[in-house]
Design a protein around this ligand. Structure first.
Ligand code: SF4
Length: 251
């Protein structure tokens, strides 16, 4: 793996469960009302017909030179602060930083409908965009696991700036280091990623690495109690399937 790797046309398969969770129905036992389902199917069709998802990402890998209590350092002199990084890194020999985005197709159309007399469709489109970013994070993680395996290593689960132990300020490192402009991404002064439907991720690589489920991440999150989008699989009132209305989001 070269220091940088840009990956384009990442295929995403949206699941019914992931879409419903981002609509705020994860953890609810009642199905959405039929009229909501109708709007939802319409939004999924629009994403499909107009090809609104353009998933791409970039990865950067570097060998670690030291692991201190609250920061790690790479052989090229980069320092990454964060207590959670420290807990992850005792076994790690390398670190991978990644950026990914689905582009601004969905959010542009969502904004247009939010300002129109059909705002529900705008909300639905936004939810589909969020589910697509979740899917992109999983897909890029799978690519990182493949690259790690080629090196005879394992990859940890991903962490993102803003999660407990990895401050939002760390976003600056990702955008300084990775070819964000080639991906059509930028960071606002408040460290929001543009397009909004984007993700920044960090993994540790080593001979043995810890992993954690999305549900465990949510349970450790300070927003868990009130978050509408949390992963709580045991109480989701839907079965995961590929029924009508759910399609491949991109080639
Ligand atoms: S509980 Fe926290 S980590 Fe989970 S979806 Fe909500 S904000 Fe994200």
């Amino acid at each position: 793996m070269t220091p940088f790797e840009i990956i384009r046309d990442i295929p995403l398969s949206l699941t019914r469960e992931g879409l419903f969770r981002r609509m705020g129905y994860g953890g609810r036992k009642r199905s959405p009302a039929p009229e909501i389902m109708e709007q939802f199917a319409r939004a999924v069709d629009m994403v499909d017909v107009h090809n609104l998802i353009d998933a791409r990402g970039a990865l950067w890998i570097q060998k670690l030179s030291s692991v201190a209590r609250r920061r790690i350092a790479t052989v090229c002199g980069l320092e990454i602060p964060g207590s959670r990084v420290f807990h992850l890194m005792p076994q790690a020999t390398h670190v991978v930083l990644g950026l990914g985005t689905i582009g601004n197709g969905i959010e542009g159309l969502s904004r247009k409908y939010l300002k129109s007399d059909d705002p529900i469709l705008g909300v639905m489109l936004d939810s589909i965009g969020s589910a697509a970013v979740d899917c992109l994070t999983e897909e890029i993680s799978r690519i990182v696991r493949d690259r790690a395996a080629q090196m005879g290593l394992m990859a940890s689960s991903p962490m993102s700036p803003g999660m407990p132990g990895l401050s939002l300020e760390t976003q600056d490192i990702f955008f300084d280091l990775l070819p964000a402009s080639e991906l059509g991404m930028k960071l606002t002064p408040k460290r929001l990623m543009v397009p909004f439907k984007s993700s920044s991720m960090l993994w540790g690589l080593g001979k043995t690495m810890p992993s954690w489920s999305e549900e465990e991440v949510c349970k450790a999150c300070h927003l868990f109690r009130h978050c509408r989008y949390k992963n709580v699989k045991e109480t989701i009132g839907f079965k995961s399937s590929h029924e009508e209305g759910i399609r491949e989001a991109s080639e």
